[in-house]
Design a protein around this ligand. Structure first.
Ligand code: NAP
Length: 302
């Protein structure tokens, strides 16, 4: 019998700094800690002293830094995991402190507005690799993260034309080690895709919960008493973080409004079919929904 000893691959980064170790950032830290081949040393930094304290208590990083400039100074990769509206500002603040050759990345849910806002602060010697892991829950903060969050999920990358391929390759490899599948995408296309698959569903969920809440007191209590799976599923999505979703809606305004207009046309068509008893149209729309659900299950995205 022969012993086969397979050596683990070397860590991709010597020092990885996560700014904003909330749901996404702490999940990256947990996976990197568990995997061991992503970074030799993990650094976490947050604007909130409570979050810093909690990250230290949970033992998610080797170092917890309150000062972002110190956190990034010696890092060879920095990932911004703060709300979309803060990414460019935090990026511009830390970029001058990063060492040449280090990679700057971020995980924001929109892309075009971040690219436009951060562009003046970018440095030619610090490759920028924007990413968007298509994974999450309605919870936030460092306690909400978990190491398997990215398993089998897509991570979309929108590198700039000038981003060196070697930097993009490293970030792609990092996401593979996180368990994700990756796809490189144009930022405008990314924003339109996410508007329909993520941002519009959240808009609908917030709106339907608001509509139910606006109903008369008696009806409202019945809504809550008898909430069946349809409404219950909407309330799960509607429990998401207000700051995060405010930023996403405002930062993906054009694409989201375009998708909302198309949705309202389709909803009108459904209303018309119901009014005129167009059974064929109604069944066709429901069957399309069932087909999409089956495809998601087959793609392990359900
Ligand atoms: P989260 O749990 O709220 O974590 C964000 C963290 O960033 C919080 O600890 C927050 O502190 C901190 N923060 C805010 N402003 C900061 C600043 N200026 N400097 C340093 N830290 C700051 O949010 P999340 O769900 O992980 O989302 C983080 C990013 O991932 C967002 O850009 C979001 O669009 C993107 N994303 C989210 C999901 C999802 O489903 N949740 C999926 C994919 C991508 P405070 O709590 O004190 O504000």
């Amino acid at each position: 019998m022969t012993d086969s000893i397979t050596a683990s691959p070397a860590p991709l980064f010597r020092r990885l700094a996560i700014i904003g170790p909330g749901l996404i950032g702490s999940s990256i830290l947990r996976r990197a800690r568990q995997d061991g081949t992503i970074a030799a040393r993990l650094v976490a930094c947050d604007i909130s002293p409570d979050v810093c304290r909690r990250v230290a208590e949970l033992g998610l990083a080797d170092e917890v830094e309150h000062d972002p400039l110190r956190a990034v100074a010696d890092a060879d990769c920095v990932i911004l995991c703060v709300p979309v509206g803060a990414i460019a500002e935090v990026g511009a603040h830390i970029l001058p402190a990063m060492k040449p050759g280090a990679i700057l990345s971020e995980v924001g849910s929109t892309k075009l507005s971040i690219l436009t806002a951060i562009a003046p602060a970018l440095r030619p010697d610090v490759p920028f690799v924007p990413t968007h892991p298509m994974a999450g829950t309605e919870h936030s903060g460092p306690d909400a993260g978990f190491a398997t969050l990215f398993d089998d999920r897509w991570c979309l990358l929108t590198p700039l034309p000038e981003t060196p391929a070697a930097a993009t390759d490293l970030i792609v490899e990092m996401w593979h080690r996180m368990g994700a599948r990756t796809r490189i995408m144009d930022p405008a296309h990314h924003d339109r895709v996410c508007a329909i698959v993520s941002h519009l569903p959240h808009l609908l969920a917030f709106t339907i919960c608001g509509t139910a809440d606006d109903l008369a007191d008696e009806t409202r209590s019945e809504v809550l008493d008898f909430a069946a799976s349809g409404f219950r599923d909407f309330t799960r999505i509607a429990a998401s973080d207000p700051v995060m979703w405010r930023d996403i809606f405002l930062n993906n305004r054009e694409a989201l409004l375009e998708m909302l207009a198309r949705f309202m046309e389709d909803a009108q068509a459904m209303a018309r079919a119901i009014r005129w008893g167009d059974e064929e149209f109604i069944v066709d729309r429901i069957e399309r929904g069932r087909h999409i659900r089956r495809s998601l299950i087959e793609n392990r995205q359900a």
